[in-house]
Design a protein around this ligand. Structure first.
Ligand SMILES: [Zn+2]
Length: 88
């Protein structure tokens, strides 16, 4: 972020919407409402399952359909495969 009011690296926030320019409207845990500009600002998504940050496309949880990190997606897929395999 090239802004004197930029949030510090490591600050978490929740995306509450997208404006007409495609920028992410974020409510930061610090109380700031500074938006994220995709392609300009550096940020990571946080996996709700393991709490780790990740970049790129998420996996869809087999449990509840939520977005999770690719690593958790693989673990869920392997677990589901093993459970299926045991029942045959
Ligand atoms: Zn994860």
């Amino acid at each position: 972020m090239d802004d004197p009011y930029a949030v510090q690296p490591g600050t978490k926030g929740t995306v509450e919407g997208i404006d007409g320019a495609g920028d992410l409207l974020v409510r930061w845990d610090t109380g700031s409402g500074l938006k994220l500009i995709v392609g300009v600002d550096r940020f990571r998504k946080v996996c709700p399952k393991c709490g780790k940050g990740y970049e790129g496309y998420p996996a869809m949880s087999r449990v509840d359909g939520s977005d999770i990190c690719p690593e958790c997606g693989v673990k869920e897929a392997i677990t589901a495969f093993c459970q299926t395999y045991k029942t045959i």
